[in-house]
Design a protein around this ligand. Structure first.
Ligand code: K1U
Ligand code: ZN
Length: 171
């Protein structure tokens, strides 16, 4: 099922999410919905708070060409971040049509629990590294615009407030 994606500003996008304690059929179904919602958007990642679920769950697929590589990460944690950085023009499904350069560690080692309840660990680089950090930020109530200066951030926030007003009028 495709879920509606919350648009900034929304208080749920600013909150710290709760850890997942067990893998249940409801959680598996939520992960399926998140992947479906991400692919349909389309996006390369999605975090649970973006659909109003305040749990530490993210999904990603950064493969542009070739067979899909869907990933579901529960309670993801950055164990190590490289000193060298990467600048990427990021977007966000909760901030449609707005892009800005964000500087982040170029590579990260991340630990998480998978849908079988097993602990996993992997090094991410390139777009995967950018995406996993962007998604983990969502779980901590942080958006890519929080890395920008106050003027740019305010300009984007005002555009989103206008977009939300227009969407509410059309509904
Ligand atoms: O979390 C999100 O809002 C999803 C976001 C993830 C992301 C994008 C860019 C850098 C870091 C993280 C998106 O997927 S925005 C859409 C997007 O980037 C895209 C959409 C279609 C094809 C390729 C990229
Ligand atoms: Zn985002």
């Amino acid at each position: 099922m495709i879920r509606p994606i919350l648009i900034h500003p929304d208080p749920r996008l600013k909150k710290l999410c709760e850890a997942v304690t067990e893998v249940t059929p409801a959680l598996r179904s939520l992960a399926d919905d998140m992947l479906e919602t991400m692919y349909e958007a389309p996006g390369i990642g999605l975090a649970a708070p973006q659909i109003g679920v305040m749990s530490r769950i993210i999904v990603m697929d950064c493969i542009k060409d070739g067979p899909p590589e869907p990933m579901v990460l529960l309670n993801p944690q950055v164990l190590w971040a490289s000193e060298d950085v990467n600048v990427y023009e990021e977007g966000c499904l909760s901030i449609p049509d707005q892009y800005a350069e964000v500087k982040r560690p170029a590579a990260v080692k991340v630990a998480w629990m998978d849908l079988d309840g097993k602990l996993q660990e992997r090094d991410f680089s390139g777009l995967w590294a950018t995406c996993v950090q962007h998604e983990i930020d969502h779980l901590d109530g942080k958006l890519f615009i929080d890395y920008l200066g106050p003027l740019k951030r305010q300009m984007i926030t005002r555009k989103m407030e206008k977009l939300k007003r227009e969407r509410a009028r059309m509904a």
